[in-house]
Design a protein around this ligand. Sequence first.
Ligand code: NAD
Length: 265
Amino acid sequence: MNQPTSGLLTGKVAAVTGGESGIGRATARCLANAGARVFVCDRILDLANRPEFGRLGILSQECDVRSISHLESWISSIVAAAGRLDILVNNAGIGMTRPIEAVTEQDWDDCLDINLKSAFFGCKFAIPHLRKAGGGSIINTASNAGILPRAHDPVYSISKLSLVGLTKSLALCHSVDRIRVNAVCPGPVGDTGMMNADLAKATDVAATRQQFIDASPLARAHRRMITPEEVAEAILYLASDAAAMVTGTCIAIDGGKSLGVPPKA
Ligand code: NAD
């Protein structure tokens, strides 16, 4: 669990999509512990988060990011409540492990709408407010698949490669506004809805879990998956003034998975 990080974001207002679970929830906690006022949206609100979110002052709202008008209303409601917006984390996402022959138009739309289109429109709606605040930080949760595409999930890989492209493009466009746009590219992260769903489909859960770990050299060396908190710490850095000159980057938090073929076990 993230520890308090001494007011690094005091006075800042942050919005996190997909913040009720996994990496998004760890990020909401981490930014709140650093002093930010945090707003979260998700398509489903998890009752189990209410006590902790209440203590940390994290406000959650139901919003399906596929609906661009809901996304716009959510961002407007944050600025109406908090008077400003400084940080946007486009984190909501779904997996799509399906070969091209099995992909339907609906699969394509779901994956691209949630993983890419919502991030683009989130940026569109947030940028005027970040500009008004004198600058700000946007962080997109991409993936290891945004660095190197994978054979088993072409649609997901396309969505994350494009999200990295969006990150670099908007970083370039909005540097003049002192708006920084960066991405994190996690490898296999445990304790997330996405990983749990992948493991639930496996015939041999322990072996599949081990395969995820073995694919990442450092995960294998540590004998564990990456944690949501380890991704959240990188997001905190990118959100903070410590990264004032960092834009258009993709920080791989993948234990070296995207470096190449790992050494034999
Ligand atoms: P998760 O399932 O725990 O979190 C995803 C969150 O997004 C959930 O709370 C979910 O309800 C929300 N969401 C999904 N569709 C939505 C919609 N239409 N509207 C609003 N919210 C929606 O899984 P996670 O691993 O924490 O995923 C967070 C991000 O991390 C995703 O973008 C994912 O692609 C990325 N990622 C995850 C891993 C991993 O191994 N878990 C690795 C690389 C990248």
